[in-house]
Design a protein around this ligand. Structure first.
Ligand code: XIL
Length: 361
């Protein structure tokens, strides 16, 4: 055993000297991401109920110590009609987590997308009043957060309320009917239902200066008004081209200065250029490639290496890092006629080169 280990170590040194990507000694291969990062922060992943029953289930248990429902806890899937909840999927994720001693991060209680149409309409099909909408929001949040009380360590309470254009609040049914009030109210309802859960505001493009300023302003306003908010979720749908180390550090510093916890809640690194989730810049058509080229692999591993260096540097401020999907076999970024390869495991569920960059420190 000792001899074998020596051989592997010597092999690793020789490979490094030859400029080949680092691989762990064989003795390390029982370790998962969560073990490498044990002293830093939990490492999470977004899951579907189907994956938990298939091959991915084993990988999830080995690599991660936090899970998030990719869709199952969102408002429309969970609450399709005013007087009907659908719990099966969310409950099965919860049961898997408990069986395997994995923490659960809740996502999400209020969002403009995947919100059921009935929420905003009365029986005649007209928009409901502000009072009615807030009452419905309260009922929803109270029911969901109470059901999982004590079992969810952090909730994304409000998701993506800030606009991408020059206006402040995103235009949505929530903001059209209640103004900005739905945001503070959602946090109050969640806190009343599960006082020990850490409550997060979650958004994307948080490394873009203009949007970052607006999110900062929103969060500061909530804190000044005594709203029970504990953290900010930075989605981290990034690409091989963004964010820069400087912008990423600046976001962490700015949000931490408010005394909030920071969690990276939906990490993936698209192999295509573009600001968010690999979307095309200005809607311009780019060359559609479906192959994971050596250039993409190299750019992606460098980006993963950099962002995890930064995460480790700010370990005191960061209380979680969650990947959005398990492997390149299935990712929400596939589509628009092209395959993406944004995660640390390939379609065969094997660690990619970027994985070894993330755990080599
Ligand atoms: C995505 C899911 O991954 C998809 O399956 C679904 O069709 C749409 O939503 N920001 C969020 C997540 O906060 O909830 C989104 O998840 C991805 C973007």
């Amino acid at each position: 055993m000792y001899k074998k280990t020596l051989i592997y170590c010597a092999g690793a040194v020789a490979l490094c000297m030859a400029g080949v990507a680092w691989r762990p000694a064989r003795i390390d291969t029982d370790k998962g991401l969560k073990d490498y990062y044990k002293k830093y922060f939990p490492i999470g992943v977004a899951v579907t109920p189907r994956e938990l029953k298939s091959e991915e289930g084993k990988l999830i248990v080995k690599e991660f110590n936090s899970i998030t429902a990719e869709n199952a806890m969102k408002m429309a899937p969970l609450h399709p009609e005013e007087n009907r909840y659908y719990w099966n999927d969310a409950d099965s994720i919860m049961a898997f987590a408990q069986r395997n001693h994995i923490k659960v991060r809740g996502h999400n209680l209020c969002w403009h997308a995947q919100a059921p149409a009935w929420m905003f309409k009365d029986s005649a099909g007209n928009d409901v009043s502000k009072e009615v909408l807030l009452k419905r929001l309260k009922d929803h949040i109270t029911t969901v957060a109470s059901r999982y009380k004590g079992k969810i360590y952090a909730w994304d309470v409000v998701n993506e309320a800030i606009a991408d254009d020059t206006t402040f609040l995103r235009k949505s049914k929530w903001s059209q009917i209640t103004g900005q009030d739905f945001i503070a109210k959602a946090f109050e309802y969640a806190h009343a239902a599960d006082p020990k859960a850490a409550l997060f505001y979650n958004d994307y493009n948080t490394e873009q200066p203009a949007k970052r300023e607006k999110i900062y302003k929103l969060l500061k306003g909530l804190l000044d008004a005594g709203v029970p908010i504990n953290g900010v979720g930075l989605q981290a749908h990034w690409s091989v081209n963004n964010p820069s180390r400087e912008e990423l550090e600046k976001s962490i510093q700015m949000f931490s200065s408010l005394g909030l916890q920071i969690q990276f809640t939906e990490l993936d690194i698209s192999v295509y250029s573009g600001r968010q989730g690999g979307q095309l810049i200005n809607g311009q058509q780019q060359q559609v490639k479906s192959e994971f080229t050596p250039e993409m692999e190299q750019q992606q591993l460098e980006k993963y290496k950099m962002v995890f260096e930064v995460f480790r540097k700010y370990r005191k401020n960061i209380t979680g890092v969650t990947f959005w999907n398990v492997s390149d076999r299935y990712t929400w970024l596939n589509g628009r006629g092209r395959k993406n390869y944004p995660l640390l495991f390939n379609a065969d569920l094997q660690p990619k080169k970027a994985y070894w960059e993330v755990v080599n420190f």
